[in-house]
Design a protein around this ligand. Structure first.
Ligand SMILES: Cc1cc2nc3c(=O)[nH]c(=O)nc-3n(C[C@H](O)[C@H](O)[C@H](O)COP(=O)(O)OP(=O)(O)OC[C@H]3O[C@@H](n4cnc5c(N)ncnc54)[C@H](O)[C@@H]3O)c2cc1C
Length: 333
């Protein structure tokens, strides 16, 4: 039997599992997808790697910054020195906010691969149902197998974690209410993203990333090809805001793509609407719509259950890391 089964191989789950394993606990990470990383994700278009999930991150907490320094020392990540822009009521101008940002030259999932290098990672292992008896957990996988563990960590977007917990009968579910109830209160917003690739003759903006704050549907335009040493074609990644993405969830990929490219074209020029290749990525659970005042959740008596992710007081990857390693410490690492 495992000491801990971590469900979800995103950044939070891998950070938690790596910390637990390095303290001698018997840990396995169960991941539904055939790849690790969750919202750290790439797409390969015409042989070119493009980040289609989180494109960069910040590191303001000293502990997280030390981890980022380790990523830099191993060549996984580097400080982003490219020019950043902002679009607002003043139009397009330089963004000089003094914040250090970091990227991964070979794609963000490299962070996940770095964390998982010594882990028992089971890809394609989708947790379908939980069972609890005598404070021992049985995780039933979609494929019909089971995994037994003394403790379970839910490292999943909260709506997915809540749905999985609610496969428990009422009695066992009540015994983990200190985790279940806060999790059930947090909803997630979607993000719809356009990935577009252009002919080499296109003259790209000198900005490598543009934050959009103009009341329109766009939140971000990233010039992904500027981050890759071997990029053959110019490539953009364009994110819509959560409110817009929610409205567009029911429309076809073509309609959502055309809207995103049209809006980005209003900022960068008409050429944006004429890519040589285009792709739509729908993130149903991109980020929490509400936040908890705690980084992680854990039962303090009875069955050992924890939850980690980006639902806490600090957002995004930094929050997910603090959640994962904080929960690992609470579980004895
Ligand atoms: C488009 C986009 C842009 C973003 N931009 C930024 C940014 O610029 N900077 C930044 O810092 N952050 C950004 N983020 C947020 C950042 O990606 C997340 O905060 C972080 O990756 C969350 O990690 P996580 O481990 O909590 O969750 P996830 O990455 O969602 O991991 C959850 C994992 O659980 C797996 N899973 C789901 N169900 C099951 C199941 N039943 N059984 C087993 N496994 C399951 C999933 O496949 C997934 O791998 C962005 C996110 C998106 C989507």
């Amino acid at each position: 039997m495992l000491d801990v089964a971590v469900i979800g191989a995103g950044f939070a789950g891998l950070s938690c599992a790596q910390r637990l394993a390095s303290h001698g606990q018997r840990v396995a990470v169960l991941e539904k997808a055939p790849r690790l990383g969750g919202r750290l994700a790439t797409l390969v278009v015409e042989g070119q790697t493009i980040d289609c999930g989180a494109p960069f991150f910040v590191a303001q907490d000293a502990g997280f910054r030390a981890f980022v320094d380790e990523l830099i020392a191993h060549g996984v990540s580097k400080r982003w020195t490219g020019r950043l822009g902002r679009v607002d009521e003043r139009g397009l101008h330089d963004l000089d906010d003094g914040i250090d940002r970091f990227i991964c030259p070979d794609g963000m999932p490299d962070i996940g691969r770095f964390l998982a290098r010594d882990l028992d990672l089971r890809l394609g292992a989708s947790a379908a149902r939980l069972e609890l008896s005598s404070e021992r957990w049985t995780i039933h996988l979609d494929a019909g197998e089971t995994v037994e563990a003394a403790a379970v960590v839910l490292a999943l977007p909260t709506p997915v974690a809540t749905q999985l917990l609610e496969t428990l009968p009422p009695g066992p579910l009540a015994s983990v209410s200190s985790v279940h109830e806060p999790l059930a209160r947090i909803e997630y917003d979607p993000i719809i993203a356009a990935i577009s690739m252009y002919e080499s003759s296109i003259v790209l903006p000198t900005y490598e990333g543009i934050v959009v704050r103009n009341d329109g549907p766009l939140e971000w335009i990233g010039v992904d090809s500027a981050l890759r040493a071997d990029a053959k074609y110019p490539a953009l990644v364009i994110h819509g805001w959560g409110w817009w993405s929610r409205e567009m969830m029911g429309v076809t990929d073509d309609v959502a793509l055309s809207d995103l490219l049209f809006e980005a074209g209003r900022i960068l020029g008409d050429w944006v609407e004429l890519p040589r290749a285009r792709h739509l990525q729908r993130w149903r659970f991109a980020g929490p719509a509400q936040r908890l005042d705690r980084f992680w959740l854990a039962t303090d008596a009875g069955p050992r259950l924890g939850a980690c992710g980006d639902f806490g007081p600090v957002k995004d990857l930094e929050g997910a890391w603090r959640s994962g390693v904080g929960l690992a410490a609470e579980l004895g690492a």
